[in-house]
Write a protein that binds this ligand. Sequence first.
Ligand SMILES: C[S@@+](CC[C@H](N)C(=O)[O-])C[C@H]1O[C@@H](n2cnc3c(N)ncnc32)[C@H](O)[C@@H]1O
Length: 166
Amino acid sequence: MHNLYLVSIIAVFLFGFVVLFGAPYLPTLKKQTDDALDLLALKPGQTLLELGCGDGRVAKAAARRGIRVVGYELNPILVIIAKLHTVKYRKLVTIKWGNFWQTNWPETDAIFVFLLDKYMKKLDKKIVQKTKQQGREIRLLSFTFEIPGRKPIANKGGLFLYKYSK
Ligand SMILES: C[S@@+](CC[C@H](N)C(=O)[O-])C[C@H]1O[C@@H](n2cnc3c(N)ncnc32)[C@H](O)[C@@H]1O
C-alpha cells in the first residue's frame, strides 16, 4: 500500500513539474496527427523534430510515413513509453530525455509542437535562429496555439503551419 502511495506521488510529481518548463501532457488525437502530417507534407527520409513528444504517438505516425523523427521529452515516464511505442521504427525515431529549450536541436526540415500560448514567442525566436544557423527552411506545425505576429501559410482545424525561410 505504501509503495503504491509512493509511486503515485512520484508520477504526480513527474507529470506536474513539467509545467515549470512547458506544456503539461495532453496527447494529440489521431485525426489531428494525420492532418498535421498531411499539412507538413514531408517526404520519406526528411526529418521532423518534435518538441515535447509525449507518449510518441505523433513520432510513430510520422515514422510510418518514412519520416525520421527526433523527439524531446522531459518526463522520464513518457520517455520510456515513447521509446516502447516507437520501438518498431527505432531506425527512424530517436527519443531523447531532456528540456528542449536547453538542447542543441539537430538539423531538421520541420518541427511539431503542442505547447501553450505563453511559449510561442520564445519558440518563434528559437526557430528563426535555428533556420539561419542551418541555412535552410524549416516548417513549423503548431497544434492549437498560434505564433503571435506571424501569418500561417495554412490552417486547418486548429493546426497552424508556418514557413521559416533562411
Ligand atoms: C501537450 S503535450 C503534447 C505531446 C505530444 N507532442 C502530442 O502531441 O501528443 C506536451 C508535452 O511536452 C512535454 N514538455 C513540456 N515542456 C517540455 C520541455 N521544456 N522539454 C521537453 N518536453 C517538454 C510534456 O511533458 C508533454 O509530454
